[in-house]
Design a protein around this ligand. Structure first.
Ligand SMILES: [Zn+2]
Ligand SMILES: [Zn+2]
Length: 162
């Protein structure tokens, strides 16, 4: 499944924003150990966009060469993992959780399942926590939210927003 463009996304703090005006190809979950580490999670969800259809719309990411063949882009301020790039390739991979509308792109495959956590398939069956019953704390978080909203903004930082 591929998604229609344009799509926008960015990091949690909003310092790095991007726009994809073409089709996102091969959305998948990579379970390799490097993606686990780079995501701080059990897998990395990614899809490819042609470089000609991709643009950074705010500041540049910070890059880490996880090997000689691959570099990974993340926000140097808030740390959100954003890109997986093979220098010289005519496409770049973007992390699907960083899209403004992550539900818009549905993964179609998994890779490097040799490192997949063995209880991955059980995650959806975990007991569900009750709402925490601390409305004051929830309200304080909402009132002091520093996360960039899920859409492009004219200026940054824009303060608390929804
Ligand atoms: Zn950021
Ligand atoms: Zn990987």
């Amino acid at each position: 499944m591929t998604a229609a463009a344009p799509m926008s996304g960015g990091c949690q703090c909003g310092a790095v924003r991007y726009r994809a005006t073409g089709e996102l190809g091969y959305p998948h979950l990579c379970h390799c150990r490097m993606c686990q580490k780079a995501a701080g999670s059990y897998f990395m969800p990614m899809a490819a966009i042609a470089r000609s259809d991709f643009a950074l719309t705010r500041s540049d990411p910070t890059w880490f060469h996880s090997s000689d063949l691959v570099r990974r882009g993340f926000c140097g301020i808030c740390g959100t993992p954003l890109f997986y790039e093979m220098p010289g390739a005519d496409f770049i991979n973007i992390t699907l959780g960083s899209l403004d509308d992550p539900q818009a792109v549905r993964p179609v495959a998994q890779s490097n399942t040799g490192r997949k956590v063995p209880w991955f398939h059980e995650l959806d069956g975990l007991p569900i926590e009750a709402a925490d019953g601390m409305p004051d704390r929830e309200n304080a978080i909402a009132a002091s939210n520093h996360q960039h909203p899920d859409h492009d903004t004219a200026s940054w930082p824009s303060g608390a927003s929804s």
